[in-house]
Design a protein around this ligand. Structure first.
Ligand code: NAD
Ligand code: TDX
Length: 347
């Protein structure tokens, strides 16, 4: 009898000294905490330009021997030349990340998302450093509400907005650097994240902080656009899994079966915060607004064994609401200017 022996798909990569770009933003800082809490042998250098979306407070409590902060721009080739040698991996979160901003002014998106990724890839190539690229499900465009399909790693790219097209461009650069130069890369495309430390310009924190401040929440269009919500801690565990056990040159989709339309999410927020269901305003739709995103994460789950743990959306939402109630000093400084910008756009 022949006994089949199951071989691991890859040898695990054990990083010791990583650079996390954008590690003062919402998702990047969550990953920094995740690695700090779960992998005590890893040293983390956070490279962040501290744009309007970056906040050093997000990582301040853990700065020290194991977490170092470098204030700088990913487009700065000279800085990367000084910083990258001696590190064994770059986990690249830094980006301009908000669709509405990209519609109002696309230029910083091209600069950071495309040129910044190019500069990092060149530095990774020069110093032979493993590269993990954080991307988004938005590169695939959108699905119809009644389409039984979800996005998979084989779905053709079809980005809609200046934001998603620059993310798609950066993914293409990463693929080319792997194939042409043999750079050790992986890419992950994740769905909509929620959780603490998300900027008040984004849908869920905007509505929570509006209610706290006595402003009516604002819903775009007909409110039926669907997003596939995942807790940011599940995103972090997935990225670590891919960084350490993913096959080089591969793309993995990250999602947790969290499809919900915006109206439903807003009703959830209103209910959790003790407000009537209709206590919100309908506002002008986003130009080119993607209808629906949905992720099939079968490859990540079957090949690498990753599973989400925050699968109860309402409980994750309650914790998120509580975090914004408990931490007004974190979000208040950005709130008035964000709402003024939306007001000027009719949103
Ligand atoms: P964010 O806007 O909260 O944070 C971005 C961070 O990058 C900030 O700290 C900012 O200061 C920094 N940054 C921006 N430009 C920089 C530059 N030129 N040089 C150095 N640092 C710079 O973004 P986020 O929501 O945390 O998203 C992080 C990554 O995850 C992005 O690549 C985004 O495309 C991707 N992503 C986000 C989501 C989501 O739901 N938010 C979903 C999937 C993928
Ligand atoms: O006030 C609002 N009202 C509203 O109805 C805002 C800010 C948004 N919306 C809608 C637009 C979207 O359908 O809510 C949905 C979510 O909007 P955003 O929070 O802006 O997220 P989205 O555009 O879906 O993109 C997010 O997920 C994918 C992140 O910002 C991206 O960085 C990520 O790639």
């Amino acid at each position: 009898m022949v006994v089949a022996k199951l071989m691991p798909m890859t040898d695990a990569f054990i990083p010791k000294n990583i650079i996390v770009t954008g590690g003062c933003g919402f998702i990047g800082s969550n990953f920094v905490h995740y690695v700090y809490n779960n992998h005590p042998d890893v040293h983390i250098t956070v490279l962040d330009a501290l744009t309007y979306a970056g906040n050093l407070e997000n990582i301040k409590p853990i700065l020290g021997d194991r977490v170092e902060f470098v204030h700088g721009n990913i487009c700065d080739a000279q800085l990367l030349d000084e910083l990258v040698p001696g590190h064994d991996a770059i986990v690249h979160y830094a980006a301009e990340s908000h669709n509405d901003n990209s519609i109002a002014n696309p230029e910083p998106f091209v600069k950071t998302n495309v040129e910044g990724t190019f500069r990092l890839l060149e530095a990774a190539r020069k110093y032979d450093v493993r590269f993990h690229h954080i991307s988004t499900d938005e590169v695939y465009g959108d699905l119809a509400l009644d389409d039984p399909a979800k996005f998979t790693e084989e779905t053709p790219y079809h980005p809609s907005s200046p934001y998603s097209s620059t993310k798609a461009s950066s993914d293409m650069l990463v693929r080319a650097w792997h194939r042409t130069y043999g750079l050790r890369t992986t890419i992950s495309n994740c769905s909509n994240n929620y959780g603490p430390y998300q900027h008040v310009e984004k849908f869920i924190p905007r509505q929570i902080t509006n209610i706290i401040e006595g402003i009516r929440p604002k819903l775009y269009g007909d409110g039926l656009n669907v997003r596939d919500w995942i807790h940011t801690e599940d995103h972090s565990s997935a990225v670590w899994t891919i960084l350490t056990t993913g096959r080089l040159g591969e793309t993995y989709l990250i999602g947790a079966n969290g499809e919900r339309n915006n109206l439903t999410v807003l009703h959830d927020i209103l209910r959790v915060m003790g407000q009537p269901e209709d206590a919100f305003d309908w506002v002008k739709d986003r130009p080119g607004h993607d209808r629906r995103y949905a992720i099939d994460s079968t490859k990540l789950q079957t090949e690498l064994g990753w599973r989400p743990t925050h699968t109860d959306f309402e409980s994750g939402l309650r914790q998120t609401v509580q975090w914004y109630i408990d931490n007004p000093q974190w979000w208040e400084p950005a709130k008035a200017a964000t709402e003024a910008k939306y007001k000027a756009q009719g949103q």
